[in-house]
Design a protein around this ligand. Sequence first.
Ligand code: ASP
Ligand code: MG
Length: 420
Amino acid sequence: MKVFKFGGASVNSADRIKQLATILHLYPHDKKVVVISAMGKTTNALEKVAEAFYNNRKEEALELFEHIKKQHLNTAKYLLVTSANETDARLSHLFTEVEWTLHDEPARDFDYYYDQIVCIGELLSTTIISAYLNEKGIHNKWLDVRDVFRTDDHFRNAGIDWAVTGKNIREKVVPVFDEYEMVITQGFIGATDENESTTLGREGSDYSAAVFGNLLNAEQVIIWKDVAGIMNADPKIFPSAVVMHELNYDEIIEMAYYGAQVVHPKTIKPLENKAIPLFVKCFLDPLLPGTVIQHNAIKTPPPVIIIKNNQALLHLHSKDFSFIEGSAISHLYHLLAEKHITANLIQTGAVILMVCTDDKEDKVNRLAEAASAIFDVQVEKQLSLLTIRHYTPEIVAEMTEGKSIVLQQQSSQTVQFLLR
Ligand code: ASP
Ligand code: MG
């Protein structure tokens, strides 16, 4: 059994959907679960629908949704022949699911409505693709993953109920393979035990593929992307960037932690736990080797360069010149947990604590305000956090030349610079 995942960019046009069929043809003898995202920027467009609806701009929400409907109907019309009518009917059924919501008045919180509306993107894309593949003789069964992925009701960031999901996979997915070679299903979405739709967090389709991989004991998971593999740096910033053909789980989880946008950070654990190799392969050129991530030790990993922009640094100075000790530090960690803020770097001194975090959604200001009860607080914004794994003096010199270094932290594997 193999699990494939195709992201939004891999299915953003009729031509790309045809390319998807070409890729599937390269694996004729494998049983496959194929996890697919919403087409192109559909999720962003659906977010706008949800926002308009929730802010009582019903007309606007319906208009925006109308546009999304047209796009999908056009793609279906372009791709389908014999199953066109039947597929249109199935798409209309899905549209109605959302329109019912849009005609309601919002009575629950935003995140709930977000999930009821946004989940449709994946249902639409997979409906069209499944029909197209069947027409092309790639025999497959479409599956509504909401009947399989049971989650809690933490809308927009739902957690998988592994026990129920595992049972559903054994009862509802495994038997499909008696008759079919392939299941086409959605990434990113699930449902609660009350049949409310949920989403697993933006870019969550990678994670869906990993959950399937884990629970099906897949021999491998392949994520198809529009890049040649995982690179050691962004080639736009670092022209000599190279594809890393082999990585291990430790390295990839470190890279995700430091901010490399390679695969969704939650993807690694389910695969590592069952030693399932993860491949990242090039959608446009499927014969390229790509990257494989598994348990093997990597002998000489190249330097990995990760840059996170839009960083804020909080200087928390003790008010009365008392030492920074356990209670001050634990106070800081409590505040971070309470405000759902991840610290990208923390440094302690005699009378000062320094915390670097992403500057988003007013969170920094709220943290600064709360911290000012205990500390004298200063905030510096618009910094960049440069992380270099497996650094060499030459790379460090090249990357920091002419920059003003605000803070630096170093271990034997990793060096980080906060740059102004
Ligand atoms: N369609 C969702 C998103 O854009 C999930 C995914 O693509 O992984 O975030
Ligand atoms: Mg995506």
